[in-house]
Write a protein that binds this ligand. Structure first.
Ligand SMILES: Cc1ncc(COP(=O)(O)O)c(C=O)c1O
Length: 403
């Protein structure tokens, strides 16, 4: 993979003027004197202490206990999907891939614009990530370019499995990520996956509370992963879930993530190599308390997003990413997209905002540029590179509008 050219830096005075304009708008939304403002910190304003004390008082702190089932039931009721709690979002993704039949030496289509866990979960299966490009309006996989690319890259075999013409490996699944809570164009991506008979897995780690039309994230793919890491909309300390509309997939997910134990009288028996991906009861207790507050958190995050969008509306050099017509985003991370000519200013702006007390963050280094994934198959990834140079995520926690 060719390393990207270093973009020429705009004149320093120009960079400072733009950073000043951005800081002025941040100050309108989050007054500088009340800072510093972390990127996304957890807010514990409900029954967290009460439920945690209940775990300690009863001794149910580990891999069994009533909060796990309660959390699964409440998450299921919120999303309208079957929900299986597990230890983190990465484990949830790994489980989704295993349940989609991903095996060693398969290829899985993965956006290069994603967190490293998405690609790592593919590696845990012994499969190879095959990187695809994203689009600027949703930050998700570009369905039109994907369709054209697969048309040129895959060939059918008589076993009905489509293979990469060059590597000859079967292409088994497509993972799409809801970046910062924005759903990708799921209907079109599902049509592309169906055309090639490959599974569609939604990495919805950042997307609890995100809807595509009226369906919660995870409703269109075969299965999806959620994360409840400390920086997510709600947290379990660490935690995740597999969500799916298919009860059979949910049943298999529960089995696989709980060591594949078969209840058989007094016998302690397992029928396959399962995983200890169980969510401890103490984490589920925290998750239950947080889930009770989710509607308030989502409303607060939406108010903050509206304020950012209004404050940056008149800045020609950058725009805040807003939800598409078909989407209802959870606005997990509000994000500024610098215009083409201003991309060289990203690091200067990050330095200025962070030193003023606004914890802002760039996009992850694209997966195809990481040393372990540099030699993986990939389509042309030009939009990913420009997104990498132009994304600045802004402070976005619910406390910023609940305080
Ligand atoms: C897009 C994405 N995928 C996967 C994960 C992995 O989740 P976890 O940290 O819970 O393992 C995260 C978050 O951390 C994420 O942002």
């Amino acid at each position: 993979m060719v390393e990207p050219a270093i973009r020429p830096q705009p004149h320093r005075q120009y960079q400072s003027r733009l950073a000043t304009e951005i800081l002025r708008r941040l100050d309108q939304v989050l007054p500088v004197g009340d800072g510093p403002y972390p990127l996304h910190e957890p807010l514990f304003a409900g029954n967290e202490k009460k439920y945690l004390a209940e775990c300690i008082d009863t001794g149910w702190v580990s891999s069994a206990g009533p909060f796990v089932e309660r959390f699964e039931a409440e998450l299921s009721s919120f999303t309208g999907l079957h929900a299986v709690a597990c230890v983190n979002g990465t484990a949830a993704l790994h489980t989704c891939l295993l349940l989609s039949g991903v095996s060693p030496d398969d290829e899985v289509l993965v956006p290069t614009v994603t967190f490293v866990a998405t690609a790592n979960a593919v590696s845990y299966c012994g499969a190879v990530p095959h990187f695809v490009d994203s689009e600027a309006d949703t930050l998700g996989v570009d369905p039109d370019r994907l369709a054209a690319y697969l048309d040129a890259t895959l060939e059918p075999r008589n076993d009905d499995v489509w293979r990469n013409k060059v590597s000859k490996r079967p292409v088994r699944a497509l993972i799409v990520t809801h970046i910062f809570g924005h759903p990708p164009k799921l209907d079109r991506l599902k049509a592309v996956a169906d055309q090639y008979g490959i599974a569609l897995i939604e990495d919805a780690a950042e997307a609890l509370g995100t809807f595509h039309e009226s369906a919660h994230a995870g409703s269109i793919g075969d299965c999806a992963a959620l994360s409840f890491n400390g920086n997510k909309t709600i947290t379990a300390g660490g935690g995740g879930a597999i969500i799916t509309r298919d009860p059979d997939v949910a049943r298999q997910a529960k089995h696989l993530t709980t060591t594949a134990r078969v209840a058989d009288g007094f016998d302690w028996t397992h029928d396959t190599v399962g995983y200890n991906y169980r969510l401890p009861n103490i984490n589920a207790a925290l998750a239950c308390a947080q889930l009770e507050q989710l509607p308030r958190f989502l409303a607060a995050k939406r108010r903050l997003a509206d304020d950012y969008i209004a404050a940056f509306d008149d800045l020609p050099e950058a725009a805040v990413i807003s939800e598409q017509a078909q989407a209802h985003s959870n606005y997990w991370l509000n994000t500024l997209l610098l215009k083409e000519k201003d991309r060289g200013t990203r690091d200067h702006i990050l330095t200025e905002t962070n030193s003023t007390g606004y914890h802002c963050r760039p996009l992850w280094t694209p997966m195809h540029r990481l040393p372990m994934y540099r030699d993986c198959p990939a389509m042309e990834l030009t939009t990913a590179q420009s997104l990498f140079e132009s994304v600045i995520s802004l402070p976005s926690g619910p406390a910023l509008r609940l305080g």
